[in-house]
Design a protein around this ligand. Structure first.
Ligand SMILES: Nc1ncnc2c1ncn2[C@@H]1O[C@H](COP(=O)(O)OP(=O)(O)OP(=O)(O)O)[C@@H](O)[C@H]1O
Ligand SMILES: [Mg+2]
Length: 442
């Protein structure tokens, strides 16, 4: 760091040589000042800029102590951001570092935007009160710090052994203009650093969010894959079951029917009418059985009643069947005036209730299952409640494994634009609530 020539300017009786010496000495000081300013302007850390500038200012003006103050954002006070020349205790600094801007020798420097000089600051009409613990101020020189047209603060120097001269003032004004630029640059640099840190923080945050979203997506994709596999398997199993049912049940009955009609035909040929009638009655019985069988297969494929008459009758029929085949007492309550929804929404709701009841009969060990359908202007609310053993829902959500029913319910809900809430606790039963907006009208 450059050092400043602080040797006092010696006033000697006027002679040409003395004047020449004075000019050389002033020029020398200006050159040193220029070097110092270059160093300060190159600094990036604001506090370092302030401390270095202040110490150079004190050396430059041969002052005992001094300060740099920056105006607060609202312009109402001066914040003493650097103090040198006497040791201020931290409590002293905390209490007195903010000086309200009033018409006094500090305030005038800023408010009138000009250098202020005083030969005896403690008796100056525009004096500033001294807090106790502050050394008394005699000679004072204050200069504003300006960036473009704006005054951002001031430098105050005090207690030179003699009075401050025009030359001190001129040097300090020149130096202050460079210090102001250095302060401005350091501020910009700090802002730049803060925004790039903020940017980095945001990038890190986003990267983490993206990584989480990616994991979620991968998990979802895996679940969907399993669901698709399961759907295909279920379809295959269903086809196989229907094929077996038809083979074991219907084809056997059709063969029997053919046999009975053949017998009836032969009995008629022999004019054995009573036997022919018996065979034809058997044919009728067999055809009725075939009819029931076909209806049952069709019902499993798709409940026709759902398309023909809507959700409420279809669920009524399903709960009745469910009650017949299990020990569970199923009840259905309908609130509001039922209306039709889009067919994919109706089948979605129907399948969801089917899966919920399936789970109740296979897992819940329940004695009661209560289904409630509530139709209002804005939405349809479906609730399926049982009084069974409940389960640890979080566990199945995080480790779906082979269990795809609940995941399927969630997927279906999403597909029909609804919301699902599954409330369950071990030993406290289970309640599934599905809300579908009525915007899903046919
Ligand atoms: N109402 C219920 N009461 C008690 N436990 C339940 C209930 N519903 C679901 N569970 C538990 O949650 C698990 C997951 O159910 P989910 O329907 O996802 O799969 P699953 O029924 O086991 O198999 P599937 O894929 O054939 O449906 C069940 O195995 C069961 O332990
Ligand atoms: Mg299930």
């Amino acid at each position: 760091m450059a050092t400043f020539d602080v040797s006092p300017i010696v006033f000697e009786p006027k002679c040409e040589i003395c004047e020449l010496r004075g000019v050389i000495s002033y020029q020398h000081k200006l050159e040193s000042l220029y070097q110092l300013a270059i160093e300060v302007v190159a600094l990036r850390d604001l506090q370092l800029v302030l401390d270095t500038s202040l110490s150079q200012c004190l050396a430059l003006t041969q002052s005992q102590f001094g300060f740099i103050g920056l105006t607060t954002e609202d312009g109402s006070a001066l914040d003493l951001v650097a103090i040198q020349g006497f040791k201020a205790e931290p409590e002293f600094y905390d209490r007195f570092h903010l000086i309200p801007l009033r018409r006094n020798i500090f305030g005038n420097t800023i408010l009138e935007n000009r250098p202020v000089r005083s030969e005896d600051a403690s008796h100056d009409p525009a004096r500033v009160g001294q807090p106790s613990g502050h050394p008394s101020v005699r000679a004072f020189l204050g200069v504003p710090l300006r960036v473009r047209e704006q005054t951002i603060g001031m430098i105050g120097a005090a207690n030179k052994s003699t009075n401050y001269t025009d030359e001190d003032e001129q040097l300090l004004v020149t130096y202050a203009s460079l210090v102001a630029i250095a302060i401005h640059n350091a501020n910009l640099y700090e802002q730049l650093n803060a925004s790039s840190e903020e940017l980095e923080r945001k990038v890190t945050e986003r990267t983490q969010e993206l990584a989480i979203a990616k994991d979620d997506l991968a998990q979802k994709a895996e679940q969907l894959h399993k669901l698709l596999d399961a759907t295909v398997n279920i379809q295959e199993a269903e086809r196989a079951r229907i094929a077996h049912d038809m083979h074991d049940g219907m084809t056997q009955m059709i063969v029997s029917t053919l046999f009975e009609t053949q017998c009836a035909k032969e009995s008629l040929a022999l004019a054995n009418y009573s036997t022919a009638t018996d065979h034809l009655e058997d044919v009728q019985t067999l055809l009725k059985q075939i009819d029931t069988e076909i209806r049952s297969i069709i019902y499993d494929l798709r409940p026709l009643i759902l398309d023909a008459r809507g959700l409420v009758p279809a669920i009524e029929q399903f709960t009745t069947r469910c009650q017949q085949y299990s020990q569970i007492k199923c009840s259905l309550n309908v609130l509001g005036d039922p209306y039709r929804l889009r067919s994919d929404v109706e089948i979605g709701i129907y399948r969801l209730i089917q899966e919920a009841l399936q789970n109740i009969t296979t897992h819940a060990k329940a004695t009661l299952a209560d289904i409630r359908l509530e139709f209002s202007k804005e939405r349809v609310i479906v609730s399926i409640r049982d009084n069974g053993i409940g389960f640890d829902f979080e566990h199945f959500l995080n480790t779906p494994g082979e269990h795809l029913g609940l995941i399927g319910m969630k997927e279906r809900t999403q597909c029909i634009g609804g919301q699902i809430d599954i409330q369950t606790k071990p030993d406290h039963g289970t309640r599934i609530i599905l809300i579908v907006p009525s915007g899903q009208l046919p």
